[in-house]
Ligand binder design. Structure first.
Ligand code: F0G
Length: 364
């Protein structure tokens, strides 16, 4: 396929808001906005929808950023693409790098990346460096490599990544109106580096500036982090303008096991100016949310389930009100982290290889 085949599809339906007519595309975007009636009842809000970004080509929202970012790299004629990653960025960059026939290098925190994500990077042919350190260390190193010209950086510090990720906001607004007849009041999303938070804020700012969206209709940006990796929550709750880097981070939601959210300067004003907030949830709350989303047929990885866990907490605290229309962003697919899914779900039962044996087992 050529570039042109996918013009006007998915992310590229919004090319007017992007730097090109089309990028290196698989194609990405156009993900479902699910109704979740049981969870809507439980939360007791006017409307609850789940934007499932795990339905992108590599199973996470990162594809929306890579279709733009890798196109930029092509235009620049760089020799090597690189990123640090908790897994999903590396999977996406590996696939888009392969599509563009470019050399790709990914730095991963050793032992802290879910199996599906490493497998993707591996099969798409990236060179994988397992670093003795956490994600933030990997990002420090890859920034050094980018500064010295050894690689082109495709983490969300790259502004072209965020351009593509703006389309999450455009799709949420459009689909919410199609389905419910009104814009959402609030978007609840997991936060790691705060790239999506920054991208959504930019998206809404541009819509307001262009006159397409009234300022009052801008959804409230609400970030969720895991308790063991919550520097943004700390900054929001303490009203700080800067985020303190956490050197020791831990959570089962390895995608957001991040202590130094590099997009905080772009994201904090977004949370503040939209009247939003940030909240931390425990790993057990994340696992329960992952199970309950799966119970509605929506399979997501742990980090994604943080959005539901956070919405529950804020509803309990009365921050989210009964009259609100809420969109939850789920960022990655269940299959990304098969070990977490299996641990959260039901145990398989051993049975004999006969119909009679199976009947007896079921009768027990
Ligand atoms: N959810 C998932 C599934 C992610 O993979 C990430 C980030 C986030 C949420 C946080 O998004 O950074 O925009 O606040 N993953 C990056 C990676 C760090 O390397 O895959 P953010």
């Amino acid at each position: 396929p050529t570039f042109e085949d996918f013009e006007g599809r998915g992310v590229w339906r919004y090319s007017a808001a992007l730097p090109f007519d089309v990028g290196v595309t698989l194609p990405e975007g156009d993900t479902p906005l699910h109704r979740v009636p049981d969870l809507e009842d439980e939360l007791g809000v006017e409307a609850l929808r789940v934007k499932h970004e795990g339905m992108n080509p590599t199973g996470a929202f990162k594809d929306r950023g890579m279709t733009v970012g890798v196109r930029v790299a092509q235009e620049l004629g760089v020799g090597r693409l690189a990123c640090a990653s908790t897994g999903n960025t590396s999977a996406a960059l590996s696939a888009y790098g392969a599509r563009a026939n470019m050399e790709t290098l990914v730095l991963l925190p050793a032992g802290k990346v879910a199996a599906g994500k490493v497998a993707q990077a591996s099969l798409h042919g990236a060179r994988i460096l397992e670093v003795d350190g956490n994600f933030d260390t990997c990002l420090d190193i890859v920034q050094d490599l980018a500064e010295s010209g050894d690689a082109y950086l495709l983490n969300s510090l790259n502004p072209f990544r965020l351009e593509g990720q703006k389309t999450i906001g455009l799709e949420i607004l459009e689909r919410f109106v199609d389905d419910y007849g009104a814009f959402p009041d609030r978007i609840v999303l997991p936060v790691g580096n705060a790239g999506n938070t920054a991208a959504l804020y930019k998206c809404f700012r541009e819509l307001v500036q262009s006159g397409a969206l009234a300022k009052d209709d801008v959804p409230t940006l609400t970030g969720v982090q895991a308790e063991g990796a919550a520097p943004m929550v700390e900054a929001v709750q303490e009203g700080n303008d800067e985020v303190r880097r956490w050197d020791d981070v831990e959570t089962r939601a390895t995608a957001i096991r991040i202590g130094n959210p590099v997009n905080a300067p772009k994201a904090l004003p977004g949370i503040r100016e939209t009247g939003g907030t940030a909240v931390a949830v425990s790993d057990d709350e994340i696992t329960r949310a992952q199970r309950d989303l799966a119970g509605e047929g929506v399979g997501v990885e742990p980090a994604s389930a943080a959005s539901l866990a956070g919405a529950r907490k804020l509803r309990d605290e009365g921050v989210i009100e009964a009259g609100e229309r809420v969109a939850l962003l789920t960022t990655g697919h269940l299959l990304k982290d098969p070990d977490a899914a299996a641990a959260a779900g039901a145990e398989p039962e051993s049975v004999p290889g006969t119909t009679e044996g199976v009947r007896e087992h079921l009768a027990d």
